[in-house]
Design a protein around this ligand. Structure first.
Ligand code: SF4
Length: 61
């Protein structure tokens, strides 16, 4: 699965990392979420939840 965080929209709120830490990590330096392991979406089954709970609608699957 392809997972994209729109860096222009992301505000670094951390929802995605909280819901799906295997896939998302908020980089404190840039204050944005990064995709650390898109492949983990295949078995982690939390990417959809992260997408639905992003307040900025910044996550695309
Ligand atoms: S939930 Fe959305 S806005 Fe919040 S850190 Fe993740 S991608 Fe960024």
């Amino acid at each position: 699965m392809k997972v994209i965080v729109d860096q222009d929209k992301c505000i670094g709120c951390g929802n995605c990392e909280e819901l799906c830490p295997a896939v998302f990590h908020v980089d404190e330096t840039i204050g944005k979420a990064l995709v650390i392991d898109a492949e983990a979406c295949e078995f982690a089954a939390c990417c959809e939840a992260a997408e639905e709970n992003c307040p900025q609608d910044a996550i695309s699957l």
